[in-house]
Design a protein around this ligand. Structure first.
Ligand SMILES: [Zn+2]
Length: 295
């Protein structure tokens, strides 16, 4: 039987592994991610949970109801622990829409707002999730972040200005206590997107301190392009979920480019896009291996 996402996260904490969170915009992305997770599950003889994320833009493109139905269909048909998250939603209304339609978790991203407003908006989302849990018996997790991790899953020339200011353990504790969030995304060195000049470095000691003082599972954003050992150290220090998006977008784009170049007269989408699904599948499987310490 499938457990609640909350329980898979607890398992990840206990085993010092992390659940992979991968974003989608379309069906190719979903198939690639699910195929990768399923393949690894078959190899290790154990279900490897996975979280599908949609940002506000990705959700608009894919369709809120459509993406919800797709993930739910796979979960129920295959009895597979695949979950859906509202990645970086910026308003109460957009968070509420995702909760109401059946998402398993939401991220309220109010980190750009003044601190008091960030706390108030985050708390509003937590309170709403609790109300829905009480009224429906469903489980919904709320995540929020503090500090600026940069924005946009794109290719950046260098680390953006103002990004990379690290979250202090005491600020983290105050924020978690004031909001009652289930999961916390600290700024610990990673940056959203792929950085052309140099790889960001994760401060694993800081992860450990924040995990100890806040006592909530921690989430690492901006996982694309990090060194393997940075992931491993961060996960051993308390990271329970790792976000990957840009790496999948780049692989998708490259695979589509190559398929079109190699078959200039091909017009069948399934033929042109299968290499993109396979490219995503490969990355997802290899990242999940790393996050679960499987060689
Ligand atoms: Zn993120």
């Amino acid at each position: 039987m499938i457990k609640k996402l909350r329980e898979y996260i607890k398992d990840a904490q206990d085993k010092s592994v992390a659940i992979g969170h991968f974003n989608i915009s379309n069906l190719e992305g979903l198939h690639g991610i699910y195929n990768g997770a399923k393949k690894l599950s078959d190899e290790v003889g154990e279900l490897v949970p996975v979280i599908i994320g949609v940002s506000e833009g990705e959700e608009k493109f894919a369709g809120l109801a459509e993406v919800t139905a797709l993930v739910k269909t796979i979960r129920e048909r295959d009895n597979y622990p695949i979950f859906l998250n509202a990645d970086h939603h910026s308003s109460f209304e957009s968070v509420k829409a995702c909760i109401d339609i059946g998402f398993d978790m939401v991220i309220i991203d109010a980190a750009k707002l003044p601190h008091a407003e960030n706390i108030a908006l985050t708390k509003q989302c937590v309170d709403y999730a609790h109300e829905v849990i009480k009224n429906t018996g469903r489980d919904i997790l709320v995540e929020a972040e503090l500090g600026f991790i940069g924005s946009g899953s794109d290719i950046k020339e260098s680390i953006p200005e103002g990004a990379g200011i690290l979250t202090t353990p005491s600020d983290a504790k105050d924020f978690v206590d004031a909001t009652g969030i289930d999961l916390f995304a600290p700024s610990v060195g990673s940056i959203h997107g792929l950085i052309k000049s140099g790889k960001p470095h994760i401060d694993a000691d800081l992860v450990k301190k924040i995990a100890e003082i806040t006592q909530v599972p921690l989430v690492l954003h901006g996982g694309s392009g990090l060194r393997d050992e940075d992931f491993t150290n961060a996960i051993k220090s308390g990271i329970c979920i790792v976000h990957i998006n840009s790496e999948l977008r780049l692989a998708y784009r490259d695979a589509v480019d190559k398929a079109i170049d190699a078959n200039p007269n091909e017009i069948t989408p399934a033929k042109l896009l299968t290499p993109a699904v396979e490219a995503i599948e490969k990355i997802v499987e290899s990242r999940l291996k790393l996050f679960n310490h499987i060689n």
